[in-house]
Design a protein around this ligand. Sequence first.
Ligand code: 2P0
Length: 325
Amino acid sequence: MKAAAKAHTNIALIKYWGKRDDALILPMNNSLSLTLDGFYTTTAVEFQNSLSADRFYLNGRLTEGTAYSRVTAFLDRIRDVAGQPDRFAEIHSTNHVPTAAGFASSASGFAALAAAATKAIGLAPNEQELSMLTRQGSGSACRSIYGGFVEWEKGTEADGSDSYAVPVAPADHWNIKVAAVILSSDEKKVLSREGMKRTVDTSVYYPAWVASIPDDLAAIKDGIMAKDFEKVGAIAEANCLRMHATTLAARPPFSYWQSTTISIMQAVQDLRAGGVPAFFTIDAGPNVKVLYTPEYEETVRNTLRHISGVHDVTVTGPGSGVSYI
Ligand code: 2P0
């Protein structure tokens, strides 16, 4: 009744932004991501007969509040599927991802938890079933079941039975680099869950966002298969800007950007003007991820490091899917 798993986080090149069902975590639009090698979570789950409630340790500390209730609610789902409503677990999770600063630690976290908890309770889901289950912990996490380039199909069924991730190309298909530029470890002011809800409910730009996805998705998949970096980078950057535009048109309006975020965006566009193919993408936080190909490693790193307000730059590349440890 014990299992442990490791899952990597992922960076969306076509963003998931907005739900059509908050409880089941069903998205308004398909999204596409690259699973990253550098940032991951390891989670061990042990169901114990002596427990009358779950105990969840994150980075060595016993949790309570939202972090705890999100995990127990997710385990309730797994207990349900397993038909074992009265079995509780001790969970130890270690994040190798800066929490709540625009890196989706919930993605690696729920993917690792889903894999470890299902195995520990005696279920043997296939990858599609595991992705579907993981989705109900955190949307973006369903993509971290697979390595490399991954699409999350939004599905059309009301019960979510056709909403899960599918692999597009494995990690070894294409060695593109992702520099994670860290500005600050401050907690986000508007959590992504709340931000996307406010956007869906109030942003006049939201319908245009949803309408723009199918063309982006078809084009970026062509670009990935053809290893056309300029095409993939340009689509990812434009898609990111469109997602962030929706927040500016929400009520009340908000933005995840800080002044340094904008400095980095400008530096990346300056690199391009100087002949270096680099592109940025930004999630629900101030940090920026910069995409480039290995031959520009030194130029890109040096440029990013020297921008005022940049705290750290960590380079990573395509990573593998969830695994048992
Ligand atoms: C993404 N983000 O595609 C997008 C881009 C943030 C911006 O998925 O409510 O933590 O748990 O489903 O997955 C962040 O949202 O939200 C996210 P829930 P999640 O990666």
